[in-house]
Write a protein that binds this ligand. Structure first.
Ligand code: NCD
Ligand code: ZN
Length: 369
């Protein structure tokens, strides 16, 4: 029988180091430095600009491998990981980057064993054509079964972009159909495989995770709890709210918002910067959330009455699922209004528009210590 998520009890492991301090009318929030389980840093000179946005706010980030030439080979994954980490460490010496290997139709069990031996603990599944730089993605999930079997044996993590690309499927149903058509099959065939459903956007995906075993978790972006599909069109077409999976109905938004209380859902910004002209002319999907990531989550969590689980969501559950210790570093936010900038640089000659630019947020990120 299906559990009704509305009646689910709050299942939480509260971070024990978090403090919400009110003094002389000022409110501050001190908590462990977080883990961004899903970010896009892009490549080459862009790393110099994009990685520090994350390194300033987080102790660790999982940098997705959908670069211009996707990171499908072990050596390239390692080089990219070192390079991204170096740019972050100019900001904070302890900053860590994890890079998944990009799954293609050509990947073999032997390559996966080599990846594991080289320290790669996660692989990313993009269905071909689902999103930015997914042209090398997987065409038929069944082709991956021998590789998934090895990943299960090695206790690696499968990180999944859950959307079908079938032109006959309604755009707003892409995630639901993927969950029912493909993910349920993978989960049944590989019951011990650790799986992360990236950027959950529908009640079906939330329900699937809640009904699943502890081996299955999901990441949540700020945009999927702050917006619903009306925000794609209100006041004219809103390109900076367009991302994959698309922001869905108000009911889906409500279910994703409730999921923040459940211990198998954790922070993954899916910060996906595109130059502003690429957004306008090529219609690229992706919300650029990294410069204001913690402020966005704090703002949204406060509205949901969930401020006191922010540390758990951002710094404990993600590392726990990956099998890492949480960071020892602390970050601080102050309750103070601030306006999101119109543009931030993501390259020497490329500006991108941050998610919710021009809007007011109730929290300001102060510092790490
Ligand atoms: C991401 C990107 O631009 O790389 N876009 C997005 O809309 N989220 C890719 C992705 O995570 O789907
Ligand atoms: Zn992404």
């Amino acid at each position: 029988m299906q559990k009704n998520i509305v009646s689910l009890k709050i299942e939480e492991i509260k971070g024990d180091s978090m403090d919400i301090i009110e003094k002389d009318g000022h409110m501050t929030l001190r908590m462990k430095s977080g883990f961004d389980a899903h970010a896009h840093f892009r490549e080459l000179d862009q790393l110099f600009f994009t990685v520090p946005y994350s390194a300033r706010q987080f102790a660790c980030a999982v940098a997705m491998p959908n670069t211009f030439e996707p990171l499908t080979c072990v050596r390239v994954v390692i080089l990219y990981q070192r390079s991204a980490e170096k740019y972050g460490q100019e900001n904070d010496q302890s900053f860590r980057v994890i890079v998944p290997i990009y799954l293609t139709d050509e990947i073999t069990p032997m390559i996966m064993r080599t990846a594991h031996a080289a320290g790669i603990c996660v692989a990313k599944l993009y269905p071909m054509g689902a999103t930015t730089q997914s042209h090398k993605g997987v065409t038929a999930i069944e082709k991956l079964f021998p590789v998934l079997s090895v990943m299960q044996d090695l206790d690696m993590i499968l990180s999944v972009h859950c959307e079908v690309t079938d032109a006959n499927v309604d755009f707003f149903d892409r995630e639901r159909v993927f969950i029912h058509r493909h993910l349920s099959v993978i989960a049944q065939k590989f019951p011990s495989l650790r799986i992360i459903i990236e950027h959950v956007s529908t009640k079906d995906a939330v329900q699937f995770v809640m009904d699943a075993s502890d081996r299955i978790a999901a990441t949540i972006t700020p945009q999927h709890i702050m917006l619903n599909r009306n925000h794609l069109f209100m006041g004219g077409l809103q390109p900076h709210n367009f991302c994959f999976p698309i922001i869905n109905s108000a009911e889906d938004q409500m279910m994703v918002s409730r999921a923040i209380f459940h211990r198998r859902f954790f922070l993954g910004t899916d910060s996906a910067p595109h130059g502003k002209y690429q957004k306008y002319y090529d219609g690229k999907g992706g919300c650029f959330t990294s410069p204001y990531a913690l402020e966005l989550y704090a703002h949204a969590f406060e509205k949901l009455g969930a401020l006191e689980i922010l540390e758990d969501f951002s710094a404990i559950r993600g590392p726990d699922f990956y099998g890492f210790a949480p960071s020892e570093n602390m970050v601080q936010l102050t309750r103070a209004e601030g306006i999101i900038a119109q543009e931030r640089a993501i390259g020497a000659h490329t500006m991108a528009v941050p998610f919710l630019s021009g809007h007011m947020l109730n929290w300001r990120y102060d510092a790490a210590s």
